[in-house]
Design a protein around this ligand. Structure first.
Ligand code: ASP
Length: 305
């Protein structure tokens, strides 16, 4: 049975300041347009979410790929996951430093490996063995992030206790996409540089199956952003997908997942959800969230829902 395709992307959920709104909207629009052109060519939902996320990784506005937040050691360490709801195949990476697009490496793992998840050097070795170019980590580091890390460390040193990972004023610019294709298959992808000043080796929710990303045709495709540790503890993407499977619509499921995140662990963030019926939901408990939708009636983008 042919389904009406649908694509939803996000570019983080936090208190996006006024002077960064236009860049976020531009970025999510470009990502939606790219993913939509892939979907409407008859490609799969997995192809569409991969291509959308590549656009966001290459846009230095966001905390993924080029322009990612820096670790406390001034390096970029990226996590990403892509999942196909039709087959439950998935590919994920944690702590990679030398690939330009972590989501492309995740897709390579989904397509070519019997395994699901690779970390660090092993992930990079897998990339190289499959013809992916390895780059110098410095190519992903931009001056804005060097300055942001310097400022953050200075504030911490002067005793600003509110400047922790938990503060909603800390930006969450992780990117993600969820889609349903013309065959009724759904997919999700999430990619991130993680949290600012993270300890090297820390992996957040974004690339962990069921935490920051999940897709199953029997329930929903979900991509999250926000403070990773509470999201991981609650396995939030799977929690929202289970609500869809239990009969709630994607918007109600996203709303209750974000409310639960707040209630249980005082967490903050946002999520996007689609199901195989082509219904979607967008929810966040942060002041703003960058999102974009394409559903055949055009492209919509916004900074608040
Ligand atoms: N959830 C991501 C992490 O904790 C950060 C983000 O969404 O910006 O790694």
């Amino acid at each position: 049975m042919a389904t009406r395709p649908l694509l939803v992307v996000h570019g983080g959920a936090w208190n996006i300041p006024e002077d960064m709104v236009a860049a976020h909207e531009r970025g999510v629009r470009a990502a939606v347009e790219r993913g939509w052109s892939v979907l409407t060519k008859g490609c799969s939902a997995v192809d569409a979410v991969e291509e959308s996320v590549v656009i966001l990784e290459e846009d230095e506005t966001f905390d993924a790929g080029l322009g990612s937040f820096l670790t406390s050691a001034s390096t970029v360490q990226m996590d990403a996951l892509i999942m196909d709801g039709g087959t439950l195949r998935a590919g994920g990476v944690g702590g990679v430093e030398r690939v330009r697009n972590a989501v492309r490496l995740s897709r390579l793992i989904l397509d070519k490996s019997p395994h699901v998840y690779f970390v660090g050097e092993g992930a990079e070795q897998f990339a190289a063995e499959h013809g992916m170019e390895l780059i110098d980590n410095k190519e992903l580091v931009i001056p804005r992030e060097v300055e942001r890390l310097r400022g953050f460390k200075a504030r911490l040193a002067s005793g600003h206790a509110d400047d922790t990972f938990a503060g909603p004023q800390i930006s969450h610019d992780t990117v993600g996409a969820v889609a349903v294709d013309g065959k009724g298959n759904i997919a999700a992808a999430t990619s991130t540089g993680g949290t600012l000043n993270k300890t090297p080796g820390r992996v957040g929710d974004s690339s962990l199956i069921g935490c920051g990303c999940y897709a199953d045709n029997q329930s929903a495709a979900v991509s999250c952003t926000g403070w990773g540790e509470p999201i991981m503890k609650l396995v939030l993407a799977k929690w929202a997908a289970d609500r869809v499977q239990a009969g709630h619509d994607p918007q109600a499921s996203a709303n209750s997942a974000i409310q639960m995140l707040q209630r249980r662990l005082s967490g903050h963030g946002g999520m996007i959800v689609v199901d195989t019926l082509g219904r979607y939901g967008i929810a966040h408990n942060t002041p703003r969230m960058a999102w974009g939708v394409a559903d055949g009636s055009g492209v919509k983008v916004g900074i608040k829902r």
